[in-house]
Each structure stands twice: as C-alpha cells, then as structure tokens.
Design a protein around this ligand. Structure first.
Ligand code: MG
Length: 350
C-alpha cells in the first residue's frame, strides 16, 4: 500500500491499494466515530461498487444509507444538492456523521459540497473510481457544482478525512473516461515532472498506473500544501485549463471530456508560446506525439479567435487580467498574467 500525507489545515491521508474498496469501512472507521454513513454515488458506479462499500461500512458498525443520482455532468447542479440535503434530513444525519463519495469527479465534487454545507460542515471521505478523480479531483479539497452559466461556479474548500484509491476500479472504466484522466496526467508531466512525461512516452500508462497515480497526487499534494486556498502557486495546476474550459464551453459541455479539452488546450497554447520563444523548441511536438499515443485529440474545429473569446468570464480571471500557465520546457512551468485588453494582441487575433 502506498500512503500520501496531505498537510492542509485539516491533514489527511491518501491510501492507494488494489482492492482497498473492499475494506473501505475499516479506513472510514479509523477517521470517524460516526453512527451513520451516507454513500453518495451515481447510476453508473453504484451498481458495480456500492454494495461492496456498504457491506464494509456495516461490518465496521456504521448504519448506512445510499443516495444515487443519474450519472452525468448535467446533474452537477444545486437541484441535486438540495435532494442530498433532503436525504440527510430524512436519515437523521447529524454533525458527527459522515458522507462517503463513491465515484468520479462529479460525485466527489457534489458529495464534498453537500458535506461542506450541510449543518455548516460534516465529515466526508473520497473513494474516487475514475482516473480523473484518482489523479486529480479527489485531492485538494475543491468541492462544488455548476451553474447554467458555467462550471464549478458555486463551491467550497472542504478537505476530506481520508481518500481511498483502488486502481482496480479503472478496469471497469470506458476508454473515453480513461483518456479523460490522461489529459490531467499529461498536464502533471508538463508542469512538474519530466520523468513522468518520459515514462509515459516509453511505457504504456495502464502498465504503470499505480506509479502514475502516486506521482500525480504527490505533485498536487505539494502544490496544495503551499496554497490550499488557490491564491498563488496552485494556479499552475491550471495549465491547459484556460483554453480547455473555453473549448468545453464551445462544445456546450458535450462530445469532449474535460481531460481531452485540457489536452488540446495545453497543446494549442504551447504551440503559440513555442513560436514566441517562451517555450523551448520541439516541446509542442513532444506533447502532440504523446497525446496521439494515448488516442487523445490534438486538434480542434474551433479557431484561436473563438477559443480566446470564450476565455472571457473564466473564473480564474482576477480584476482586469487573466493568469495563463506557460511551460518553458517539459516539467518547468510559470504563471504569466496578461491584462484583459492585451489578450487579443498577445495571441495575434483581431
Ligand atoms: Mg481539471
């Protein structure tokens, strides 16, 4: 078993082990004296894993209940959170009880937000079952929901009590969703780890998935410990995301996954910074080759003008400027602030 300690305001451990899901109740019991545990999951994940987790929770003395919502980003709304609150009330959930998020990013973000806000905050546990959530979204304490006008616009910082990662759950993950996670994995290589990037080039990601998960989370842990509230260094995790979010918006949030959008966003941006000699020669070619190796998109039907226009209103904008993350070389990144009125000029669009 691999263990990663996260020293945020409320510290917690992340455990990575094959089959850990079967013993989830024991790990939850180690961090909680709760009487009741609510499993929150979606209609894709619940039929496969909910019983396993529920049985383990019962064996460890928890009274359990389950809240299952229909799978899909479209459900990541306040209306679903309101239904969770009703469930908590009906099942007499108190401040000392615990929420167990079992599923991908949407499940973790929503269960975390419900936990952060119900009774002004109750404990919660993350059991991420998708690659995206295992390498990225289950760690760092960002929780929230989408608004009709944009993704993740309402939320809270709320750290889990423990994160349990079972790489075996990836065996049931459709290829499209594996790729979704690979977009973030490649991002981690680009911003902080040349060695990870080179291993992805040399080997097959699925063969070294435990190491990949460990490495990505370790990078995220280091960044989050330095900047839990996202006021500085944490911005580097956003490499590829400013254009990525713009692409997701242009696609009306369907047909392209978050990770795919981040991948194309990172490549599109790096081609430009390479032309401007901000990035070393040949870096965008390396990223492009790696994306192709993992069957990720490298091009978009949208023009640079469309993409740049769609970055308007990005939630990472602060005042009159927008932070872009550039890479100098694989594994080396920096934050570059551009004034809003200079953005078209920087990207050479009219
Ligand atoms: Mg992301």
């Amino acid at each position: 078993m691999k263990t990663i300690e996260v020293k945020t305001g409320r510290p917690y451990n992340i455990y990575i082990e094959h089959g850990i899901i079967k013993n989830a109740g024991k790990f939850v019991r180690d961090v909680s004296k709760a009487v009741r545990a609510v499993i929150i999951s979606d209609s894709n994940v619940a039929p496969i894993y909910a019983d396993i987790v529920e049985n383990s929770l019962k064996e460890n003395g928890f009274e359990t209940s389950m809240f299952v919502f229909e799978a899909g980003e479209e459900r990541k709304r306040l209306a679903t959170i309101a239904k969770m609150y009703e469930h908590f009330f009906e099942h007499s959930i108190t401040r000392t009880d615990i929420i167990v998020a079992l599923g991908g990013g949407v499940t973790g973000d929503m269960a975390g937000f419900a936990a952060a806000s119900y009774l002004r905050g109750i404990d919660f546990v993350q059991i991420p079952t998708s690659l995206l959530s295992q390498v990225d979204s289950s760690v760092g304490g960002k929780t929230g929901v989408d608004l009709p006008t944009g993704k993740n616009l309402v939320g809270a910082f709320w750290q889990p009590n423990v994160v349990l990662i079972d790489p075996d759950t990836l065996d049931t993950l459709p290829q499209k969703f594996f790729n979704d996670g690979m977009g973030e994995v490649i991002k981690y290589g680009c911003i902080r780890s040349k060695s990870l990037f080179e291993r992805l080039e040399r080997e097959n990601a699925k063969d070294i998935i435990d190491d990949i998960i460990y490495e990505c989370i370790s990078i995220k842990r280091d960044v989050v410990e330095n900047d839990e509230r996202d006021t500085g260094e944490r911005a580097i995790l956003n490499f590829g995301h400013t254009f990525g979010h713009a692409l997701e918006k242009l696609h009306n949030y369907s047909g392209i996954t978050h990770g795919e959008a981040v991948a194309v966003g990172a490549l599109t941006l790096t081609k430009i910074t390479e032309e401007k000699n901000i990035t070393a020669n040949g870096v965008s070619e390396k990223i492009s080759t790696l994306l192709k190796k993992y069957n990720m998109p490298t091009e978009t039907e949208f023009s640079l003008t469309d993409i740049v226009k769609a970055t308007k209103g990005d939630k990472k904008s602060s005042g009159k400027s927008l932070n872009f993350i550039f890479i100098r070389d694989i594994g080396e990144c920096f934050i570059n602030k551009i004034e809003n009125d200079k953005i078209p000029e920087f990207f050479g669009i009219g």
